[in-house]
Design a protein around this ligand. Structure first.
Ligand SMILES: [Zn+2]
Length: 270
């Protein structure tokens, strides 16, 4: 990670805190995805804006990203004006958002490495897994009470959807999603809860393996690559790699996950 700070007043204190946050965010991401290997270690420029207002102005003016003032940060990549770009921007003091966006950069890196794609190519990891991992990293860096709140809120919403048999809580529908918008609370909550369940079930290294396998199975993965998952392109929609990693069919995984979705008593809203 390369960190740039728009410091403003009390620069020494500001920079010191940003450095502390960056270290904490990096540790949180490593806790979820393991240490970086040299091959996966593309530098990720990280810009820290003084507050959410300036973050929003920067996001709209430079990256054309809307809604950053609400989310507290964003990760952006892809081509623009014939130039490849990949960077993250956060408002100062938002260590949870920092870990979340850093995790996106790391997942993109892992995915491209696994699928043998060039820097700046679209991330081949499915959005539910990408956002779910980013949310796990956010919870890992937050103080325990706040992390608990984040989990309870997502868990309660996911449990409520399961209770009324909402189609969005069907695993096949979640896995088939092609995008997740930041304002889509149910999508984020379901992803956070399901990926948390996967992480507990698979143990250390499990989420990292899933990110790698999903990227290899993605339709965009090189077709002439023999190390690719045998299930190939269609396997991405069916997520055979997920059933294989869990050692159970998708239907059983859905039942086990849904059974874990009991409403929590202190479910809070924010
Ligand atoms: Zn995200």
């Amino acid at each position: 990670m390369i960190v740039g700070v728009a410091a403003g007043e009390d620069e020494d204190v500001v920079v010191e805190r940003v450095v502390e946050d960056a270290h904490a965010a990096e540790l949180a991401v490593q806790e979820i995805l393991g240490p970086r290997t040299p091959a996966e270690d593309d530098p990720l420029p990280f810009i820290v804006q003084p507050d959410r207002r300036l973050l929003r102005r920067f996001a709209e003016g430079w990256d054309g990203v809307r809604g950053a003032g609400r989310s507290g940060g964003y990760y952006v990549e892809g081509g623009r004006d014939g130039e490849r770009r990949a960077h993250a921007v956060v408002a100062r003091g938002e260590v949870g958002v920092m870990a979340h966006e850093l995790a996106h950069g790391r997942v993109a890196n892992l995915g491209r490495h696994a699928a043998e794609l060039a820097p700046g190519d679209p991330v081949p990891v499915p959005p539910w897994l990408d956002e779910g991992i980013a949310e796990q990293a956010r919870m890992a860096v937050l103080p325990e009470r706040r992390a608990r709140q984040v989990f309870d809120t997502a868990h309660s919403l996911a449990a409520a959807l399961v209770k009324v048999n909402d189609p969005r809580a069907r695993l096949a529908n979640l896995l088939a999603r092609r995008s997740l918008h930041p304002t889509d609370r149910s999508g984020y909550s379901l992803s956070l809860d399901f990926v948390g369940w996967l992480g507990r079930r698979l143990g250390p290294g499990g989420l990292r393996r899933l990110a790698l396998r999903s990227a290899r199975a993605a339709p965009s993965a090189r077709r002439d690559d023999r190390s690719r998952e045998p299930s190939g392109g269609n396997g991405a929609a069916r997520a055979d790699w997920l059933a294989d990693e869990l050692r159970m069919p998708q239907r059983s995984a859905e039942r086990a996950w849904h059974a874990s979705l009991r409403p929590v008593r202190r479910g809070s809203r924010n």
